[in-house]
Design a protein around this ligand. Sequence first.
Ligand SMILES: Cc1cc2nc3c(=O)[nH]c(=O)nc-3n(C[C@H](O)[C@H](O)[C@H](O)COP(=O)(O)O)c2cc1C
Length: 288
Amino acid sequence: MPLFVAPNSELDALLLSHSIEKGMSLDNPKEVFGEDKALLLLELLSKMEGVCFEYNVSMSILEEYIKSRGYESEKLNNIKSVYKKLKKEKPYKKIPAGIDYISRSEMMRKTQMDLFGFLSSRHDIRKTTDERIKKNEIQKAVTLASLAPSACNRQPWKVYYSMEKEKNIKLGEIVSGNKTFAQDMRYYCAIVLDYRFFANRLDEFRQIYLNAGIFIAYFVLALHFLGIGSCIMQFTGLVEDADKKSRELLNLKKSEQVMVVIGYGKYPEKIKYSKAGRRSADEIMVEF
Ligand SMILES: Cc1cc2nc3c(=O)[nH]c(=O)nc-3n(C[C@H](O)[C@H](O)[C@H](O)COP(=O)(O)O)c2cc1C
């Protein structure tokens, strides 16, 4: 299993462009900020082969950064001309970037829902129906889950899924936590994270697990919203040669690793679940 991977320009571009966008979102950005970072970013982007998400998002952020600057400087002129040249040589797909505003009342209007009802009705279930799930339903769940926050907005996750029954069965066989109900779940997917999104630095230590956990929580909630039940299954890869088996089955890159496998499928008419009582807030809260 990989622990660290070599630095790469995609990661550097993500970190730099995120830092510029973050600067733009501050209440009181410094008058001149981000110029050196923008120049460095443009240098990286010029050397990048092909057009990838990192290129698109970086160029989109640079576009907004240039637009947002209310004053001129020599460096800014330089940034503008390198950006323009690069845009001409290698056009990019515009990705939402920069900053936006929303009023508090509008924000509150959007948040109104029965959150308790929604969250408290999600349970890990261990039997689904045999109904087919359409690819676009999985796509919807992934689109919702990709709203999950990640460190520097890296979005270091992938969802490996298959519409073929055989492959789902095979993925289900790799995990150990479903031995007594493996065939009762119609589908299995793997949440895979890529070490290439994390730098070889102490402050990045364990980041991969934090980011994975947040995405997984969003994903199972999104499935629940779409009428799809699920059960998260732990996957360390350390037992029964599971890491090797997962690499072969999913054809993973060396830098990728399965974080969990999720069994999922349409909710049956009568849903059986364990109550899995929770600790009270008092037990969890620690005043310091
Ligand atoms: C990281 C993680 C790993 C889990 N692994 C398994 C597993 O291997 N097998 C299983 O049946 N359930 C597994 N679960 C499900 C938990 O048992 C379940 O989430 C917990 O009991 C709370 O129940 P609820 O999700 O229905 O509220 C896992 C859950 C998480 C978050």
